[in-house]
Design a protein around this ligand. Structure first.
Ligand code: G3H
Ligand code: 13P
Ligand code: ZN
Length: 305
């Protein structure tokens, strides 16, 4: 199949009340692990590259890897730019034929966020590429805003934002944050706010910072030397509640990083005399497939390809 159309995938999810997985990739093994899981479960999938991933691997490498993966795939595979902040990179993605791009101007004031999002919408829509924007702040370990606390998305502002900026999907801040340390106490999302945003907007909503940080994978990584005290993700029950109340795209990166780390540590420790990279990275690819399958089941997109 050709690279899939993100808007088609997500509008179908919105009408069918389920969520499609967005998974961040940085290299071939992570990509193959993700796409294998989607094929195993006959689920559509969105593969995402951050600006950091593009800086690490090169945009042409990543684009061509995902294009090849989609051509070999029996299920729709879309390619998305995650957290686009640099207009030069956003434009490169549009010119290369990404399925969709995110403009993340959530750190700007409301008017400036609308203005920058609108600019990207105008560029992308000309080429049939859809646009995700963000309103509110989704914290993260490197994010200075996070130290001041999360600013939840205001439902009334969300309506005005979508009308004025013309984005196709909206990332909302309802209590999640990026990385492996999401909650100190109880993990609880603001489902009441999500419900209101859903009533005010008629487009697919996106949940960032949604990794579950699964205990079994964390324990495996720790068994082989990782130091992960205090990690905490979003429980599956909260993810299911978010999907039921209007989330149609769910972003996962941290879970894949921990899985990759755990499998590589295990392979190196179990076979110290084996220096074949395929024997180190192959198990990482396999564990990523397992983790992604579990995510897809939770999102409700099995057999939706
Ligand atoms: O939301 C951010 C993603 O986890 C990407 O992270 O910028 O380190 O590639 P990165
Ligand atoms: P996690 O850090 O929870 O995996 O979130 C990833 C994300 O939101 C990518 O945009
Ligand atoms: Zn994110």
């Amino acid at each position: 199949m050709m690279l899939a159309n993100t808007k088609t995938i997500l509008e179908k999810a919105r009408k069918g009340n389920y969520a499609v997985g967005h998974f961040n990739i940085n290299n071939m093994e992570i990509l193959q692990g993700v796409v294998q899981a989607a094929n195993n479960l006959k689920a559509p999938v969105i593969v995402a590259t951050s600006e950091g991933a593009i800086e690490y691997a090169g945009i042409n490498f990543l684009h061509d890897l995902v294009k090849t993966a989609s051509e070999l795939s029996k299920v729709p595979v879309a390619l998305h730019l995650d957290h686009g902040k640099n207009f030069k990179i956003i434009k490169q993605c549009i010119d290369l034929g990404y399925s969709s791009v995110m403009i993340d101007a959530s750190h700007e004031n409301f008017a400036k966020n609308i203005q920058l999002t609108k600019k990207v919408v105008e560029m992308a829509h000309k080429k049939g590429i859809s646009v995700e924007a963000e309103l509110g702040t989704i914290g993260g370990k490197e994010d200075l805003v996070h130290s001041k606390g999360i600013i939840y998305t205001d439902p009334k502002k969300a309506k005005e934002f979508v009308q004025k900026a013309g984005c196709d999907f909206l990332a909302v801040a309802i209590g999640t944050s990026h990385g492996a340390y999401k909650f100190k106490g109880d993990a609880k999302l603001k489902i009441d706010i999500l419900r209101k945003i859903k009533m005010e907007t008629k487009i697919p909503l996106v949940l960032h910072g949604a990794s579950g940080v699964p205990k079994d994978v964390v324990q495996l990584a720790e068994k082989y030397g990782a130091r992960l005290e205090g990690v905490k993700g979003v429980p599956d029950s909260q993810i299911k509640l978010a999907v039921k109340n209007g989330i149609n795209k769910i972003n996962t990166d941290t879970d894949l990083r921990i899985a990759f780390d755990a499998a590589v540590r295990k392979a190196l420790k179990d076979n110290p005399q084996d220096f074949d990279p395929r024997h180190v990275l192959g198990p990482a690819r396999q564990l990523i497939t397992k983790v992604v399958e579990q995510r897809i089941r939770t999102f409700g997109s099995v057999n939706k390809a």
